[in-house]
Design a protein around this ligand. Structure first.
Ligand SMILES: [Zn+2]
Length: 221
């Protein structure tokens, strides 16, 4: 576990990041990693932090892709935490599917062969833009469609920390928004980038890549 700011930990599961927030009333997990390894990573972190599974209160899911939802069902059973996901991606989570097929036939076949399907999971809470969760002094749900239709990011104005999921990616300490086989709608995603930029975070934590920090973080244009 790598502590980014006091009480906020980055848990890498291979190429994808999970984030764990530790507060006196319990723990909040953001994203659940890949099937099998995601669960292992979280359980190991709880052992390191000497916390029982029942301390996990919330599992926030930025979007329903298998590298973010893979551990969700197992961790829900392990902890009895409440699972929360953007309204638009809740159906895919419930079916154990990705929120949209890859926009490229070859990638579609490779994913089908290589990525295990997450177990279907009915979310407890459907998140909508502007909702506020009792985490980090009031964690705001920011609708950030583009990568998937129901993608959400989470922002704490108190700590100026943005959990961007896959609405942004970090590469060499720079934020990136790019077209690719997993981008549902590039233009809509760029509008979501603008919505996150105006929040003026000083720490951006992405689903992929290292943390990006700074008083004036540059967002992709
Ligand atoms: Zn991802």
């Amino acid at each position: 576990v790598n502590e980014i700011i006091s009480g906020v930990y980055q848990l890498p599961d291979g190429f994808v990041n999970l984030y764990l927030i530790l507060e006196p009333d319990g723990l909040t997990l953001i994203d659940t990693g890949q099937t099998k390894s995601g669960e292992r990573v979280v359980r190991a972190a709880f052992e390191t932090l000497k916390r029982p599974p029942t301390d996990l209160k919330r599992i926030l899911v930025t979007h329903a892709d298998p590298d973010h939802t893979g551990g969700a069902a197992a961790l829900k059973n392990w902890s009895a935490a409440q699972v929360m996901v953007g309204k638009g991606d809740a159906g895919a989570l419930a079916r154990g599917e990705a929120a949209r097929p890859p926009q490229n036939a070859l990638v579609r076949v490779l994913i089908k062969l290589m990525v295990p399907k997450p177990a279907p999971l009915q979310a407890d809470v459907l998140l909508e833009d502007g909702m506020e969760l009792p985490v980090l002094g009031g964690l705001r749900v920011v609708a950030t469609p583009g990568h998937t239709g129901g993608h959400v990011a989470f922002y704490s104005p108190r700590d100026r920390v943005l959990f961007a999921g896959d609405a942004l990616r970090s590469a060499n300490s720079t934020l990136v928004w790019s077209r690719g086989p997993f981008t549902l709608d590039f233009d809509e995603g760029m509008r979501s980038v603008r919505r996150m930029e105006v929040l003026e975070p000083k720490i951006v934590l992405c689903g992929h890549g290292t943390p990006v920090k700074g008083e004036r973080i540059a967002f992709p244009k």
